[in-house]
Design a binder for this molecule. Structure first.
Ligand code: GLU
Length: 288
């Protein structure tokens, strides 16, 4: 093809930590996998710091330091979600124009009370599936303390679709994944897109930012697999490109428990201080 152009877009992956604690081996695995899958291609970093009550500058500094120590590098300036509130506001406005949002004034206790029948208390990627109590409230009624929710049924109707899908990619090839509207309503529901005091939610910010960073392959843990349905629906509503997804296995401790940031004993910082080498960590994670 002329000029060596191919129809294959260059691979761009990202690692998107939140600076709410020290990185642990699970983060190292995620970041190294994302870098590995971007070879050849580009590996990007994004700081997901929308939750100002939990994020700390010293954790952001530690992220840069630990990832450099592991041998990772990325283009600068790094995208920080706290700088992108305008982009999330624009996206919310677009969704509002489509008529797929509503303001919700339910508190957690209200939601639990409305879900008193045991079969209705199903957990989705965002906690309990919202029972829809506020679904008919117009956006003009939104109060400053309201959560803005996606009206999922209205979203499917607006798009004229009855299912959403994405492509999971792994060493053994590509696998299509599909969720029908009914399954979406039962297992995801009307998720929050803007939270009190944050102006956005993780889901909206990720959908907007993966597109803004031209990410072609989203690499992250299997714990976020179910959130992907929300992101692909948002991509369709906002007319954003659909990346491939790679949801990797989670790193567990010896008792099989998933590593969490509060397990400080496993932080990269502690392993470094105890004399671990970056090569040793890469090797133990099976990425060299
Ligand atoms: N910020 C999220 C986390 O730290 C990851 C988001 C993503 O990779 O989509 O768990």
């Amino acid at each position: 093809m002329a000029g060596g152009i191919t129809d294959q877009a260059p691979v761009r992956t990202r690692f998107a930590p939140s600076p709410t604690g020290l990185l642990h081996l699970g983060h190292a695995f995620s970041a190294l996998t994302a870098q590995h899958l971007a070879t050849p291609g580009q590996f990007l970093l994004r700081i997901e710091d929308i939750d100002r009550t939990r994020c700390r500058p010293e954790y952001e500094t530690a992220i840069y330091d630990d990832l450099h120590w592991l041998g990772l590098d990325w283009p600068v300036p790094v995208m920080r979600q706290s700088d992108r509130m305008g982009a999330y506001r624009d996206a919310l406005e677009q969704l509002e124009k489509l008529g797929v949002l509503y303001p919700c004034r339910c508190r957690r206790g209200d939601i639990r009370a409305a879900l008193s029948a045991p079969q209705e208390g199903v957990e989705g990627p965002d906690g309990l599936i919202y029972p829809g109590t506020c679904r008919n409230r117009p956006m003009s009624a939104a109060g400053p303390d309201d959560v803005i929710r996606l009206n999922s049924a209205a979203a499917f109707d607006n798009l004229g679709i009855d299912e959403v899908s994405f492509t999971e990619t792994s060493g053994s090839g590509n696998t299509p994944n599909t969720l029908t509207q009914k399954q979406f309503m039962n297992s995801v529901g009307d998720v929050a897109l803007a939270r009190r005091g944050m102006g956005t939610s993780y889901h909206l910010a990720v959908a907007v930012d993966d597109a803004a960073q031209d990410i072609t392959k989203v690499v992250r843990g299997k714990d976020l697999f179910d959130s992907t349905w929300i992101h692909v629906l948002l991509q369709k509503l906002l007319k954003l490109p659909a990346p491939l997804y790679h949801h990797h296995d989670l790193i567990r401790d010896d008792s099989g428990k998933r590593l969490a940031k509060r397990d400080d004993a496993r932080s990269l910082r502690q392993l470094r201080d105890a004399g671990a080498s970056a090569d040793g960590i890469r090797h133990s994670l099976g990425i060299s």
